[in-house]
Design a protein around this ligand. Structure first.
Ligand code: SF4
Length: 426
């Protein structure tokens, strides 16, 4: 579209491209899964308009308070500021806003203003709160069942409740949140934040049934018979993948998801003194960091004190002093350091950095060959990896059998991927 801009007697041509073109050229907004206008909320924060900024951040995102803490922040990876020096810290700025006005804050009424259309966020994206036809008869109280109360289930429940549907969440575990609660360690995501987001859903009229797994007896047909007109399956991927090498069945070999599930339910898992984690993704790092914390329970107190004085260098020093030394945690990955998924994102790099500060030892380019022991794990045999991906970028690892490493360990944590547990369907 061509127009013109007047300046006294002069005329300057001005080109206003198609709005979609503009959006696809704002990479942070396009990279965000819910297309948050992060540039705008950062700008509003700079202007001191914090509540306006909160409206922008919260409008497309039912779980803004959680994202402000644990989103992988692809927006920061796309940020063009990093071409000059560093990406804008979009995720921490979101947390700054939700701590003031989000569900976990003392002023959650800003959400009420947003949902009752008292503010204009100026965005036409269809799933932004202002675009949802609230109060319409679209839902008309029709019953929808949501299976699983993880982030997908919570997000779906929020928007359907706003649209007027009668939503029930069926959660197999005793508390809601799915992998948010049972997969992500508490030091990364405080449970009070999850509880506050769940409370927002309850206030919207969502019914939550915990300890209610689907089974052969209570299944999709039962839900239909009970009047549910739609079912949203958001069961997550809570089943760890196995590693088919000799010794994988020994005592002391545990899947990362099971380990985190136990730790996050408050159970103590006896891992011994030296632990090997196989895998290089964020679950591997969460498992490794939680394994370190198994040995260092006083850390919580130090973290509280450190947070109170907002003194990050002191906290890092406390972590380093406590965590390097006695207990050893080794992380082995097929990928080289540069190929590690976590090394490719701003947040992932931070996680890696923090993990090494805590004393976790990374061993890139090593593949597991055998776990040995009689009844229980005694050692782990690794071989060198020469490449992980072929010329076309496909996963096709190749090994160098002449390069070997043996490590005596008390436990092996497998963090090589997860899958959904679909037993209830059969
Ligand atoms: S932190 Fe996550 S939710 Fe927030 S703008 Fe970035 S990608 Fe979107």
């Amino acid at each position: 579209m061509m127009s013109s801009v007047h300046n006294n007697s002069k005329k300057f041509p001005a080109v206003f491209n198609d709005l979609n073109w503009y959006r696809s050229n704002v990479p942070c907004m396009e990279a965000c899964p819910v297309h948050t206008d992060s540039g705008r909320y950062v700008q509003l924060i700079a202007e001191g308009r914090f509540n306006d900024a909160f409206h922008i951040a919260r409008s497309p995102n039912p779980l803004a308070s959680i994202c402000g803490r644990v989103c992988a922040a692809p927006c920061e990876d796309a940020c063009r500021r990093s071409w000059i020096d560093e990406a804008v810290t979009i995720r921490p700025l979101k947390r700054f806003l939700t701590e003031r006005y989000g569900s976990e804050s003392t002023k959650p009424d800003e959400y009420q203003r947003l949902i009752s259309d008292q503010v204009d966020v100026g965005c036409q994206r269809p799933w932004h709160l202002q675009q949802l036809p609230k109060g319409s008869d679209r839902g008309s109280g029709k019953k929808v069942a949501i299976i699983g109360s993880g982030p997908a289930g919570m997000g779906c429940a929020h928007d359907l409740a706003v649209l007027g549907y009668q939503v029930t969440i069926f959660e197999a575990l005793p508390l809601p949140g799915g992998m948010l609660r049972y997969g992500i360690p508490e030091y990364r995501l405080p449970r009070g934040v999850i509880d506050a987001e769940v409370a927002t859903l309850i206030n919207l009229g969502v019914e939550l049934r915990t300890n209610t797994p689907l089974s052969a007896e209570y299944n999709l047909q039962t839900l239909r018979d009970d009047g549910y007109e739609a079912v949203f399956l958001s069961i997550g991927a809570m089943k760890g993948r196995d590693l088919n090498i000799p010794g994988h069945e020994l005592d002391g070999v545990i899947k990362a998801v099971d380990f985190l599930l136990n730790v996050n339910q408050g159970y103590r898992v006896n891992l011994g003194k030296r632990v090997a984690v196989i895998g290089g993704g964020s679950v591997a790092l969460d498992a490794a960091r939680s394994a370190v914390r198994e040995f260092y329970t006083p850390m919580e107190e130090i973290e509280k004190t450190a947070e109170a004085v907002v003194n990050q260098p002191a906290m890092d020093a406390a972590r380093g002093a406590l965590r390097s030394g006695a207990a050893e945690v080794h992380v082995f990955s097929l990928e080289s350091l540069e190929e590690l998924p976590s090394a490719k994102t701003v947040q992932g790099k931070e996680e890696l950095h923090e993990s090494t500060l805590e004393g976790i030892q990374l061993h890139p380019s090593w593949g597991p060959k055998e776990i040995t022991g009689t009844d229980r794990v005694q050692s782990l045999n690794m071989i060198g990896v020469t490449r992980v991906f072929d010329e076309d970028g496909r996963f096709s690892p190749q090994y160098d059998e002449s390069k070997t490493m043996q490590l005596d360990v008390d436990s092996v944590i497998l963090a090589i991927g997860q899958q959904p547990d679909l037993d209830f369907i059969s």
